[in-house]
Design a protein around this ligand. Structure first.
Ligand code: FE2
Length: 404
C-alpha cells in the first residue's frame, strides 16, 4: 500500500510532473520533492537522495507521493543491474514527508536490504502517536489549538470546537491526522535500531561530529529538526546533505531543538570554511518550489540563497550555513528579548509581540503561516521557553512565564 492522500488519490499530478531528477555529483542523485501552500490537502514531499559506494547503494528519504517510488526505483534498478548488491535505507528524520515510500526498498530486488534508524528517532516515526502526543505536551505551555489554528477552513473548525470541548477537538484532529497519514508503511518494525552509544566521533579539521559510518559516507547525528535527525556527508566528493537542519520552518515540533540548530549551524559553517564542503543542499531545496512560495507570499526571501537547488564551493556553502545560524539565533533572541522586556508573559503575549517585531528574522518566521506551511510560531516560542528552562506558573487557566 502507498500513501493515499488527505482526499484519497487526489495528488498534485500536474505539479509533480515538473519535478527533476539530478545527478548532483558522480553517483549522487537528488530527486526533487514538492512544496505547496496547502499543507493538509497538498502535503509537501522531501527531496530524496541516492548515493552509491561500490556494491552498496544508500537511499536517503523516500518522499510522500507514489510518484517518488517510480523515480527511486528507476535509479535503484539501474545500480542493481550494474552490480550493486546491498541497499541501505536511512532517513534524515522520521517525519511523514520523508518516510511515506519506505516500503519501496522491498520492491527494488536487492539481495541484501537494511533499514537503519537512530534510537532517538523511534518516537517521531510513530507518525500518529508523535503528533497527538505533542498536543498533550504543548498544553503545558499554552492553549495549543487556540494559538495554532487560524480561523479559516479547515483549521478554524478545530479551533471553534476546542473552545467548547478540548476532548472533541482532539478527536477531530485525530481524524484529520489519520487521513493525512493514510496508507503509509514506514517499515519502522523492520528497522535496525542504532543506539546512541554506537555512535562514533569523526573529526574534520577542528570540527567534531558524532554519528554513524555507512560505507564511505558519514551520517552526522545533529539532533536539530528532530531528536534523531541526520545529515549525510560524502568525504570523496565533499558533498553535505543537511536534511531539514537547514529549513525555514525550524523548529516545527516541541521535540525539535532550536538550541541544537544554532550550535550545529556554527559547526556546519566551520566545516565548510575549513574546506570540507564543496557541494551542499538539503531535503527541501528546490528553485521551482521556492520561487513559487516566495511569489505567493509576495515578500523577498531573507537571502537569494534560499532560492537555489544546491550550493557550490566552500564560500557559498559557509554562507548558506551562516544564514541559518543568524536566523535561528535571531528568533531565539527575539523571544527571550520579549520576555525580558515584559518580565512576565504568556505564550499568547509573546506571539503577539513577535508578530509586530521589526527584526528581519522574526518577520520572515511570521510570514510563514500554518496551515499553508508547516511552520508554527507557537511551537517555536514553546521550544525556546522549554530549552532555556524558563520558569512558569499557573494562574487560573493562564500559564505565565517569567524572565529569570
Ligand atoms: Fe521535511
Amino acid at each position: 500500500m502507498a500513501y493515499q492522500g488527505f482526499i484519497p488519490g487526489r495528488f498534485p499530478e500536474k505539479e509533480l510532473k515538473q519535478t527533476r531528477t539530478m545527478e548532483i555529483a558522480p553517483d549522487i542523485w537528488m530527486i526533487e520533492g514538492y512544496l505547496s501552500m496547502n499543507f493538509f490537502l497538498k502535503p509537501p514531499s522531501s527531496n530524496c537522495f541516492i548515493m552509491r559506494d561500490k556494491d552498496m547503494v544508500l537511499l536517503i528519504d523516500t518522499g510522500t507521493y507514489p510518484h517518488y517510488r517510480e523515480k527511486i526505483l528507476k535509479i535503484l534498478n539501474r545500480y542493481r543491474k550494474d552490480g550493486a548488491k546491498r541497499l541501505v535505507l536511512m532517513l534524515t528524520q522520521g517525519h511523514f514527508d520523508h518516510v511515506a515510500n519506505n516500503d519501496v526498498i522491498m520492491e527494488a530486488g536487492y539481495r541484501e536490504v537494511d533499514f537503519y534508524l537512530p534510537e532517538a528517532e523511534v518516537s517521531s516515526i510513530d507518525l500518529f502517536g508523535h503528533w497527538t502526543g505533542e498536543y498533550q505536551e504543548l498544553r503545558e505551555y499554552y492553549d495549543t489549538f487556540r494559538e495554532m489554528m487560524p480561523l479559516a477552513f479547515p483549521t478554524g473548525v478545530v479551533r471553534i470546537v476546542n473552545s467548547i470541548s478540548q476532548n472533541l477537538a482532539d478527536k477531530m484532529m485525530a481524524s484529520h491526522l489519520r487521513k493525512l497519514f493514510k496508507g503509509i508503511n514506514t517499515m519502522a518494525h523492520t528497522a535496525k535500531i542504532l543506539p546512541d552509544d554506537s555512535r562514533v566521533t569523526r573529526k574534520f579539521g577542528d570540527v567534531e561530529f558524532l554519528g554513524w559510518e555507512v560505507g564511505r559516507f558519514f551520517a552526522v547525528h545533529d539532533a536539530t529538526h528532530s531528536p534523531g535527525h541526520l545529515s549525510f556527508y560524502d568525504p570523496e566528493h565533499k558533498v553535505f546533505l543537511t536534511g531539514d537542519a537547514t529549513l525555514e520552518i525550524n523548529p516545527p515540533f516541541l521535540n525539535s531543538s532550536l538550541n541544537n540548530c544554532i550550535a550545529m549551524m556554527k559547526k556546519f559553517r566551520q566545516f565548510a570554511e575549513q574546506g570540507f564542503v564543496r557541494l551542499a543542499t538539503d531535503a527541501h531545496r528546490s528553485k521551482i518550489w521556492s520561487s513559487m512560495l516566495i511569489d505567493k507570499t509576495g515578500e523577498a526571501p531573507m537571502s537569494p540563497l534560499q532560492m537555489q537547488d544546491t550550493f557550490e564551493g566552500a564560500e557559498q556553502c559557509a554562507a548558506y550555513y551562516a544564514l541559518w545560524e543568524t536566523y535561528y539565533q535571531g528568533m531565539k533572541d527575539e523571544v527571550l528579548g520579549i520576555l525580558k522586556r515584559r518580565g512576565e508573559a504568556t505564550v499568547h503575549q509573546i506571539i503577539a509581540d513577535f508578530k509586530s517585531s521589526k527584526n528581519p528574522h522574526a518577520r520572515f518566521k511570521v510570514l510563514m503561516k500554518f496551515p499553508q506551511l508547516p511552520s508554527r510560531l507557537d511551537v517555536m516560542v514553546a521550544n525556546v521557553l522549554r530549552e532555556n528552562n524558563i520558569p512558569k506558573k499557573k494562574d487560573g487557566s493562564k500559564i505565565i512565564f517569567s524572565y529569570k
